[in-house]
Write a protein that binds this ligand. Structure first.
Ligand code: ARG
Length: 464
């Protein structure tokens, strides 16, 4: 049966006597940004239509018309030929109107038993599931770059820092594997979040469910969801899954921001530990000699906007009564920008790590400068029976003496060292070398090159 019910010219529906003003139309519309959900919106609609037919609410002919119309629309949207209209407010109404223009009444029947409230929640979850999968691949790519670089530098000595002061020697490979671990936890957080994203809101309709004999499990299966949202009010209203995604994203960015800070420091001539490939740097418009690490600086900077999106989403949610409120339309821009920023950052980072040139001589020279093996001397004394606190004091005095004469501990002649403690023998020089210090830390999680190689092998199998 055909109907010809149309609202008064320009008004939202027959319920309204006048259209919204131009500025209100712009203010309330989400089409300028939610058009990006189009493919997911169509995917959700096709699953909904298949279910309506399955339970006997939609005819075979209508289902076929919907499938045909949607295939054409998807084609037009992908080719950039679809004309998005502000008058149609959002992606859902745009697509429904275009479908109806193509196939007539079957298009108008699609919205049976559903609301834009459960529709948009479904679209966002489909979008986010896809984004998480791409982000996870990006994290893996960065981890793989880190492991490759770590393997090439499993023996390369650098100073390890605490308080940004030289502390103890570590290998550059060991240092890089620290970031591998951070990213491994990030991937775990994304996987964990994905399980909660991957649930079906459809069927909740506006908020209370629907009077049609729907089969939600059917739709969930069609869309690859692991299950349905159990409560209709919750299904349309909460965006906690988007908030936890953004929190996980903020942590990824935070980890990459820390690494960026190190790359920037290391590339400064004051350190001179590394160089970045030219394709990640730019020059200065006034100082011809400059080569600036723009990409790591921007990663550090963009971490701020992702952190901001997390706060925006938390704030968006905190005052909302159940169930759906239009506030939730504001979830999209922070979410899209978070995913875009993260995907780009990870893609660039995986490549940038492959373009790092390491300068082992500069790293070694820096490790030689800060009495990095002082702890090793203390440990040596302990092994000869000196209590640790006394050994600590003996070495502190030796360091002070060496510093006064601008020498390293290893430069002090045996007689001079023995003046600090008689138990010192000429086997002490083996522990005062950087290599001796590294090799001594020979346990799981330690920096001995042997352990770093073993950690690299385990890391590789963890990202396979
Ligand atoms: N554009 C809306 C959003 O993004 C879709 C849901 C609108 N629902 C409503 N009852 N106005 O949240």
């Amino acid at each position: 049966m055909s109907t010809s019910a149309t609202p008064p010219e320009g008004a939202w529906s027959g319920r309204f006597s006048e259209p919204v003003s131009e500025i209100v139309k712009r203010y309330t519309a989400s089409i300028p940004f939610d058009y990006r959900l189009a493919a997911f919106d169509i995917q959700g609609s096709l699953a909904h239509a298949a279910m309506l037919h399955h339970v006997g609410v939609l005819s075979q002919d209508d289902l076929e018309a919907i499938r045909r119309g949607m295939a054409e629309l998807l084609e037009e949207i992908r080719a950039g030929r679809f004309a998005w209209s502000l008058d149609k407010e959002d992606v859902h109404l745009n697509i429904e109107a275009a479908l109806t223009a193509k196939i007539g009444d079957a298009g108008k029947r699609l919205h049976t038993g559903r609301s834009r409230n459960d529709q948009v929640a479904t679209d966002i979850r489909l979008y986010l599931r896809d984004a998480i999968d791409r982000i996870t691949a990006g994290i893996r790519a960065c981890q793989s770059s880190l492991v490759d670089l770590a393997e090439a530098h499993a023996d390369t000595v650098m100073p390890g820092f605490t308080h940004l002061q030289v502390a103890q020697p570590v290998t550059f490979g060991h240092h890089l594997l620290a970031y591998f671990e951070m990213l491994a936890r990030d991937a775990g957080r994304m996987a964990d979040c994905r399980r909660r994203v991957n649930r079906l809101p459809l069927g909740a309709a506006a908020l209370a469910g629907t009077s049609y004999p729907i089969d939600r499990e059917f739709v969930a299966r069609e869309l690859g969801f692991e299950g349905v949202c159990e409560n209709s009010l919750d299904a349309v209203s909460d965006r906690d899954f988007a908030i936890e995604f953004t929190a996980a994203a903020a942590l990824v960015m935070t980890h990459l921001s820390r690494l960026s800070e190190e790359l920037i420091l290391w590339m400064s001539p004051r350190f001179g530990f590394i160089d970045l490939a030219d394709r990640f740097c730019t020059g200065s418009s006034i100082m011809p000699q400059k080569k600036n690490p723009d990409v790591p600086e921007l990663v550090r900077g963009k971490t701020g906007r992702v952190n901001g999106h997390l706060v925006a989403l938390l704030t968006l949610m905190k005052g909302q009564p159940l169930a759906y409120n239009k506030d939730n339309q504001e979830d999209k821009e922070p979410l899209f920008d978070t995913a875009d920023t993260l995907i780009d950052t990870l893609t660039i980072y995986a490549d940038m790590l492959r373009g790092v040139t390491v300068k082992p001589d500069a790293m070694r020279a820096a490790a030689m400068q800060g009495y990095a093996t002082a702890t090793d001397l203390a440990d040596y004394l302990v092994k000869k029976g000196v209590p640790f606190r006394d050994a600590h004091e003996v070495v502190a005095r030796a360091v002070r003496a060496a510093e006064g004469s601008n020498r390293d501990l290893a430069d002090l002649p045996l007689a001079e060292l023995q003046a600090f403690s008689p138990v010192i023998d000429d086997d002490v020089y083996a522990v005062l070398t950087l290599e001796g210090s590294l090799a001594a830390r020979d346990h799981v999680g330690g920096t001995a090159p042997r352990q770093v190689r073993a950690a690299i092998a385990r890391a590789r199998s963890r990202i396979k």
